[in-house]
Design a protein around this ligand. Sequence first.
Ligand code: BDR
Ligand code: CA
Length: 328
Amino acid sequence: MTKPPKILYDCDTGIDDAMTLLYLASLVQAGEAELTAVGTVHGNIDPVTGALNTLRVLEAAGIPVAGAGPDAGGQGVPVAVGAARPMAQDVHYALDWHGTDGLGDTHLPEPAGRPVSEPAPAQIVRLARETPGELTLLATGPLTNLGSALLLDHELPSLIREVVVMGGAFDHPGNITTHAEANIWHDPEAADLVFAADWPIVLVPLDATHPTAVHDDWLDRLAAHETPVARFAASILEFYADAYTPTLKRRGAVIHDALAAMLVVDPELGEYVQRPVRVELRGELTRGTTVWDARSLPADDTRRPVKVAVGSDVAAFQERLLSALLTF
Ligand code: BDR
Ligand code: CA
């Protein structure tokens, strides 16, 4: 039997990041993954609010967090705050999509736990050094923390098992500009550092995530479940579906980040192509766009090819996510 992956989750919590935390919590409880640590980054919201949201969600799911309760600093999952701004541009948040609190304006009470004092990029480097070759970095926000960790430790790529990123758009329109996807557009320089590094990357772009949109039937099945976690998930998705309905032209929501998490544990649910990826850094209309080299080999690009998900088993994704949410 293969060992459950040790996941360090870097996120900008955020509604679909919150759904992903619930999915990861269900894997932890089933012994199918270890959640080694979480780091937060600017993106949907500022990283301090994102860290407090992360603590709220983990606590709701019954996952012990470091720094909570009488044995503060104990064995729980550490939640570290990371970069508050991108490397080379102004910061932008996505409050229209995620609410002014990042969780669909649910305005939940303060969590019991607190973020740890170590910054998220330093946490990545330390944990990679402590468990060489074991850590999977799952990133579903802008890539500033991963880019900063690469700048802190040039040996980082050799210490990481795999990097799985939700971001980018290739044969799919952008969702923040005509061509760019939000996570990459929020920090194009950091994203390009990550794609340039010599480590195994799985990239999960809009091409793969958009077709997984859930609609009324799925949302109604979740809402019919009377547990506190299902009620919380249904309430934040209510806000997200309101934001998504004009784009999808029917009621529904795209839970992008959860697909990336599911492909960590069930890679066979995805269809992939292997291509070098770069980020457009200078285009007036295209800054933040992901560009792949789709020409037939030999490619000019010397970058290590990225495994890009171009599709997935949508029905399996939707059923597995719903069953995970109903286990609490
Ligand atoms: C990505 O952008 C964010 O708003 C979501 O949380 C997701 O990570 C989708 O483009
Ligand atoms: Ca996100």
